[in-house]
Design a protein around this ligand. Sequence first.
Ligand SMILES: NC(=O)c1ccc[n+]([C@@H]2O[C@H](COP(=O)([O-])OP(=O)(O)OC[C@H]3O[C@@H](n4cnc5c(N)ncnc54)[C@H](O)[C@@H]3O)[C@@H](O)[C@H]2O)c1
Length: 343
Amino acid sequence: MSKKYGFGLIGCGIISKWHADSILKIEDAVLVGATDNRREHAEEFAKNYSCRVFSSVEEMLACDEIDIVCICTPSGLHAPMAIKAANAGKHFVVEKPMAITKEQMKDMIDACEKNGVKGAVISQVRFTNAIQTVKKAIENGELGDILLGDVYMKYFRSAEYYASAGWRGTWEMDGGGALMNQGIHGIDMLQYLVGPVKSVMGMCRTLARDIEVEDTANVLLQFENGAIGTIQGATSIEPGYPMRIEISGTRGTVVIEGEEIKKWDVDGKTLEEKEESEEKAKSYQNPTAFSTDNHTMQIKDLIDAIKENRRPLVDIYEGKRPVDIILGAYESSKSGKMVELDK
Ligand SMILES: NC(=O)c1ccc[n+]([C@@H]2O[C@H](COP(=O)([O-])OP(=O)(O)OC[C@H]3O[C@@H](n4cnc5c(N)ncnc54)[C@H](O)[C@@H]3O)[C@@H](O)[C@H]2O)c1
């Protein structure tokens, strides 16, 4: 019988269910137990998922049945938990953002390299059909040279949302606001599609909510490949809109809204015309083309990466990229100057 990978989960809040449901669906994964500093959260989770309660992170990490730890705590605790896991010889899946400071990310990477363990960072939107279709088209040169890459995330989060857990909207535990918490998905998509970002110029403001961090932000981008772009990230917008990504190259423009390709104007053809001419299925509309449960896909990929001794699809080096862009935007917003990102 093939090995079953034992999972432990830290932080039994909203997102923990995505991890637990995924683990239950993966054949060679087993959910051993969970821990939470509010024991009642861990007890309810353990009741729902028929697993053990560990009374502390240390007790969980000392358990030989655990190979992989899912870190679902507030963002400011991702790094300390991941470093403890790595030092105990456990692989980990950490929720986005990977961590909230440069020092934390460096310490996580050092701990993984020193202990020979793998870390995966959740970025589930990368695996949607729309993003994968556009990624392939850009890689094949179908859009030509990329000129402009923009993402607009005009979201609404209420005052009640920010009051719903003490860590939300704080620098110490959320690490930022509309960009670091909600916007990181779109920022990761933009840099995944267009390529690494060289420098950023940010204006990050707190205009509408009673929080420490930004609720409204504009960021200008210079990509390494010469393209330029814009990030708009907000949680202050009434009534709120789905994420929109617009990418223009020398051969045309593609617009993604939510999880759908809304416009495909490339070489004078629509997506339907392009796919007909290539006799391909409309992969972006075909629900079986990629897993709809992208958390499951990423957790299964970490198991495969361990077995095959390769990098997970979104590892700690990839997970660092959108956080670097966001931290650069914050620094630029404070200084009023363009910030060059580390390579
Ligand atoms: N991938 C996504 O789309 C997505 C969606 C939502 C949240 N998230 C991320 O998941 C993380 C958690 O968000 P959430 O909305 O589930 O938060 P939440 O507040 O609902 O849950 C956090 C849990 O962690 C527990 N916790 C706090 N401190 C702890 C400690 N020291 N030790 C153990 N447990 C502790 C809390 O008691 C709570 O049960 C955040 O980093 C967030 O950015 C990702």
